[in-house]
Design a protein around this ligand. Structure first.
Ligand code: GBH
Length: 453
């Protein structure tokens, strides 16, 4: 496999999953504090109260990143550390934390790629309805302005929001994630429209207030249909399925990406979801389609589909088969074709450069008797997926970067600390970090510019 010279090799994490210090220095509670502290919501009632204690150990963690040799680190900001109530008074301590972290990343030669919002909405704003409240557009814009003014001279890469389908699908529709709501599809579509407008407002605000050059995106995710065979029919069926809007769910990629990049909701969704649609104005669409600079995409797994008798996709009856290789989370089938086709099809439809903002593998890694954290499966996983990325580039996709999820084991949302995605193992009793074998493998790969030995 081979990669362009200036390819962005990175790793990622998110505030609530690593920082801990949930109530220090004036930080306000977020929806994830409330959710995880409610018994029964998270595996064995784990919380992010301490997590990886990154809030106190960030210097050590940046050192580790320096050793890894990544060119970029994708972090998210805790909105309620900066604005404890979501709006209003700004906490200097919160801004200062990110200030120092960013300075130290830059000093280590690592570009900070900042996500404004990775799911930890200030609880005070949830109390006012969260994404159900149209004022969210102003709240988010105001927060983006505070951040841009403080960090915008040094941060050049931005993502507004991480994975809208998870925020609304898992948070507002299924209730499995914070804030744990079970709203009607009509309410979810209305929240989705408000979310898209909030994104657009943040893009405007970042452009207006950042003093440096900006590359701005939003991190999407979806379910990848993967052609069950390489027959032209199966490929065509899967490609069609990828962008369809048929289910009353939040997982329709085109529903999120078309408005932003193409300036309109997909016709098929407008037809299928007609009875549940909010009012959509031209002004809304203009705001939502504020130009972005690249597509950020989180890609892990997918489902095999084949062409049915009418040429449309159907789930391949064989599925993945018993015993297919996978991570410890049930949805994480090892499916490198997912990342290949995501790159190909998004390039075709959206004609923007792509950055994989997350890709990773979870397991039950532990430190072995020899004191090392051996994780051959992760190395194999990364080899397979990066080979697929390289193949997509050869076949015409403009993939400019790859962020491994995650730099460290961390709080895996409703799964608590059960599933480990990190390049660095974290002992949650002692907070000792042990680089896994994959950490050294990735370090060497980056050093060689992405060629395998
Ligand atoms: C990312 O979400 C998050 O951004 C990150 O915070 C998290 O730690 C990481 O992944 C690992 O989970 O409905 O069965 O088809 C990934 C979200 C979860 C989206 C699985 C697609 C498909 C599940 N993905 N989901 S299924």
């Amino acid at each position: 496999m081979s990669f362009p010279k200036d390819f962005t090799w990175g790793a990622a994490a998110a505030a609530y999953q690593i920082e801990g210090a949930w109530n220090l220095d004036g930080r306000g509670p977020s929806v994830w504090d409330v959710f995880s502290q409610t018994p029964g919501k998270v595996f064995e009632n784990h919380t992010g109260n301490v997590a990886c204690d990154h809030y106190h150990r960030w210097r050590e963690d940046v050192e580790l990143m320096g050793e890894l040799g990544i060119k970029a680190y994708r972090l998210s900001l805790s909105w309620s550390r900066i604005l404890p109530e979501g709006t209003g008074a700004v906490k200097e301590a919160g801004l200062k934390f990110y200030d120092d972290l960013i300075d130290s990343l830059l000093a280590a030669g690592i570009q900070p790629w900042v996500t404004l919002f990775h799911w930890d909405l200030p609880q005070a704003l949830q109390g006012k309805g969260g994404f159900m409240n149209p004022d969210m557009v102003d709240w988010f814009g105001n927060y983006a302005a505070v951040v841009a003014k403080r960090l915008g001279a040094r941060v050049n890469h931005w993502m507004t929001i991480n994975e809208p389908p998870v925020i609304l699908g898992s948070g507002y529709q299924d209730g499995m994630f914070a804030p744990g709501l079970k709203e009607s599809y009509e309410n979810c579509l209305s929240a989705a429209h408000i979310l898209l407008k909030s994104h657009g407002r943040a893009v405007q605000v970042l452009r207006a207030h950042c003093q440096g050059p900006q590359q701005i995106s939003i991190a999407h995710t979806s379910r990848e249909p993967i052609p069950a065979t390489d027959s032209a029919e199966d490929i065509e069926a899967a490609r069609g399925r990828y962008f369809r809007c048929v289910e009353e769910r939040m997982w329709n990629l085109a529903w999120w990406a078309d408005p932003i990049v193409l300036g309109n909701y997909p016709e098929e969704g407008l037809k299928n979801f007609e009875k549940d649609l909010p009012t959509i104005t031209d002004a809304d669409m203009a705001l939502i389609s504020e130009p972005i600079d690249y597509l950020a995409y989180n890609c892990y797994s997918g489902s095999k589909v084949q062409a049915g008798p009418d040429g449309k996709a159907e789930l391949s009856p064989e599925g993945w088969g018993i015993g297919n290789p996978r991570g410890t989370l049930p949805w994480l089938n090892i499916a490198p074709d997912a990342i290949y086709w995501a790159a190909r099809w998004q390039t075709e439809r959206y004609k923007l450069p792509i950055v994989f903002a997350e890709n990773g593998f979870c397991n039950t890694d532990f430190v072995h008797l020899d004191g090392k954290a051996h994780d051959p499966q992760r190395i194999d996983f990364m080899t397979r997926y990066l080979t697929a990325v390289s193949r997509a580039i050869t076949d015409g996709a403009d993939v400019q970067g790859y962020f491994y999820w995650s730099i460290l084991d961390n709080f895996e949302w409703a799964e608590g600390y059960k599933d480990r995605f990190g390049l660095g193992h974290v002992d949650y009793q002692t907070q000792v970090r042990t680089p896994k074998d994959s950490f050294y493998w990735y370090r060497d790969l980056i050093q060689r510019g992405g060629t395998l030995v």
